[in-house]
Design a protein around this ligand. Structure first.
Ligand code: PRP
Ligand code: ZN
Ligand code: MG
Length: 220
C-alpha cells in the first residue's frame, strides 16, 4: 500500500452488513466518492481524503495504529479486537447496523440460562466476547472459533450451542436454532485514532466528524 501524504484516511468495510450504509454516511456528509481502478482505495474528490476499503476485522487495528484517522465499524468487531494496547476512540454511535450477539441452541438442549452451557462446546466468531460473558456468569465451557457459518456447528456436532450475530433472525430460523441470552447489543460506531492526524488535517477531521454527527442526528 503506498502511503499518500497530506490526506486523511477513513477505513470502511469493503463488503458485508455495514458496507453500503457506511458509504451512504460518507456521501451524506458531503464527501464525493470516486471509485478508482484500485479496489482498496476510493478517493474523495472534493477533499484530501481517501476511503480505505478493508475487512471489518482489520478496521479497529488500522485506526488504533493511526494508519487510518477514522473508521466505521460494528461495536461487535470493536469489542472483539480490543486489546491491552492503545485503542481507537469511539466518537459516536451511528444508528445503523444494529444487531445482537446471542446464544442460540438447537432443539433438544434444555436452556434455563447461561448455567445450562456449563461443560459444553460453543461455536462462535467472537471468542473473547463470549469468554467474558461466560466468566461473568461463572460458566466453564469450551469455545470453538469459526470464521463463518457458525450456524451449521450444532448440526455437524462441532458444538452443542452457538454464539452468533442475529439481525433479522432468518439465519437462526433456517437452521432450526432458538435465540437465548443476549451477549452484546451492537450497532455501527465512528471511531478515531488515538493520535492526531498529519499536520494541517486536524481541522478537516473535526469538520468531517461534525458533518457526520449532523447526518446521524437528522436521521435519529
Ligand atoms: C451474521 C451472522 C449470521 C447472520 C445473521 O453474519 O453470522 O450469519 O449475520 O443475520 P440474520 O439474523 O439477519 O439472518 P454476517 O453477515 O455479519 O457475517 P459473516 O459472513 O461473517 O457471518
Ligand atoms: Zn468480518
Ligand atoms: Mg454469517
Amino acid at each position: 500500500m503506498s502511503t499518500v501524504q497530506g490526506r486523511l484516511r477513513i477505513a470502511v468495510q469493503k463488503s458485508g452488513r455495514l458496507a453500503e450504509r457506511s458509504l451512504d454516511l460518507v456521501r451524506d456528509a458531503g464527501l464525493r466518492v470516486v471509485k478508482g481502478n484500485n479496489d482498496l482505495l476510493y478517493r474523495i474528490e472534493n477533499y484530501p481524503i481517501d476511503l480505505l476499503r478493508v475487512r471489518d476485522d482489520d478496521i479497529p487495528t488500522f485506526v488504533a495504529d493511526g494508519v487510518c484517522d477514522l473508521g466505521i465499524v460494528g461495536e461487535n468487531v470493536l469489542e472483539e479486537v480490543r486489546n491491552g494496547g492503545p485503542n481507537a476512540e469511539v466518537v459516536m454511535p451511528l444508528g445503523f447496523g444494529r444487531c445482537t450477539l446471542k446464544i442460540a441452541t438447537p432443539p433438544g438442549l434444555d436452556y434455563a440460562g447461561p448455567s445450562s452451557l456449563q461443560g459444553l462446546r460453543i461455536a462462535t466468531s467472537y471468542p473473547k466476547i463470549l469468554r467474558r460473558f461466560l466468566d461473568e456468569n461463572g460458566v466453564t465451557a469450551d469455545i470453538v472459533t469459526m470464521r463463518g457459518a457458525v450456524e451449521v456447528a450444532p448440526r455437524l456436532k462441532l458444538a452443542a450451542a452457538i454464539c452468533d450475530l442475529v439481525s433479522t433472525g432468518a439465519t437462526l430460523e433456517a437452521n432450526g436454532l432458538s435465540a437465548r441470552d443476549t451477549v452484546l447489543d451492537s450497532q455501527a460506531v465512528l471511531i478515531k485514532a488515538p493520535s492526531a492526524p498529519e499536520a494541517g488535517l486536524q481541522h478537516l477531521l473535526d469538520s468531517i466528524v461534525e458533518r457526520m454527527a449532523g447526518v446521524v442526528s437528522s436521521q435519529g
